[in-house]
Ligand binder design. Structure first.
Ligand code: HEM
Length: 302
């Protein structure tokens, strides 16, 4: 049982298209014959429910270069998956705050599946050549994944926080508010450390209560607390399972960054990024940064 609130279904009853689609005028003989319904007065329930026509209208290419369409699609697919991963990490964080470790493990397992699909999405761009990329790059101007608030949300949930990273989204009040709320509350990792503390492990006081807006810095005391968890690696030890499930999150996160880096190296080389950074060198620095650092560093001590 999860203590987290269930995310609201995007196709709420106020959605007129979805509502209309729920009242198909199916011909009775078709419905009764064991074959699919073929007659609808309005847009099919499927299209209405999942917003398919709206979805497909979003593939708005700006050039005649065929590879641009795969680039836009890959970006959109990844944004959708960023939001699914965020939902599941938030579920895990809320469960940890409610001392519900089995609930947190269930959310994390689902998040792993979503992260795997997210990482596999890079295959959509695997065969793009530098020439193809160069033919549409000018068309998106200063647009850059760096401006993705979905990705920033994930970074904040991991504990990689920076108030400056909210600045690009100032013009979108709701987004900036959402990011600020995440900045100001414990991350998924903070929630795990606070749970360890409640379970009697020696988590340093400055990790149990602190200014949550600060970026997470590694701590020797936290590493020792995790060592205490790893002292009992029996399959039924919930905190050990939690540590390994968090490490699975961190590993998948590193994998997304690695694949991004390779894709950039392949199509852009060392040219500057459209978002204003030095490009590859800047991304390589970010990719080096581990999520949940003590879960990695403790491996040298075990
Ligand atoms: C293969 C084509 C791509 C290239 C050449 C590329 C290039 C870059 C570069 C150079 C940056 C650094 C910021 C800048 O100066 O622009 C960046 C950041 C970023 N890109 Fe991409 N990108 C590509 C595909 C994608 C896709 C498909 C996504 C999915 C949404 C994405 C998401 C991001 C994110 C989230 C960042 C920020 C990373 C951070 O803050 O550490 N990129 N990209």
């Amino acid at each position: 049982m999860y203590s987290a609130t269930v995310p609201q279904c995007p196709f709420s009853p106020e959605d007129t298209a979805a509502e209309e689609a729920r009242t198909p005028a199916a011909a009775p003989e078709e419905a009764a014959g064991g074959t699919p319904t073929l007659s609808f007065d309005r847009v099919t329930p499927y299209v209405g429910y999942a917003g398919i026509d709206t979805l497909l209208s979003l593939k708005r290419t700006r050039t005649d270069e065929p590879a641009e369409s795969a680039f836009i699609l890959a970006t959109q697919v990844m944004e959708l998956l960023f939001s699914l991963v965020a939902e599941r990490w938030e579920g895990a964080r809320d469960a940890l705050e409610a001392d519900d470790v089995p609930g947190a493990l269930a959310w994390l397992r689902r998040a792993h599946d979503a992260q795997d699909v997210l990482n596999d999405s890079w295959k959509l761009l695997a065969d793009m050549t530098p020439n193809e990329f160069a033919r549409f790059r000018g068309a998106f101007g200063e647009a850059s994944g760096f401006q993705s608030y979905g990705y920033r949300k994930l970074e904040f949930l991991l504990g990689h926080k920076s108030a400056a990273m909210i600045r690009p989204h100032r013009a979108m009040g709701g987004v900036a508010d959402e990011l600020t709320a995440l900045l100001e509350r414990p991350s998924l990792y903070d929630a795990a450390l606070r749970l360890l503390h409640r379970r009697g492990l020696p988590v340093p006081g400055d990790r149990v209560e602190r200014d949550w807006r600060g970026d997470y810095e590694p701590s020797a005391g936290v590493e020792r607390a995790w060592e205490g968890v790893y002292a009992d690696d029996s399959p039924g030890h919930d905190l050990f399972l939690l540590a390994e499930a968090l490490l699975d999150v961190a590993e998948r996160t590193a994998e997304w960054r690695r694949r991004h880096l390779v894709a950039v190296k392949r199509v852009l080389g060392a040219k500057r990024g459209s978002g204003g950074s030095s490009g590859l060198a800047w991304l390589a620095r970010n990719a080096e940064r581990d999520a949940f650092p003590e879960l990695w560093s403790l491996r040298s001590a075990l």
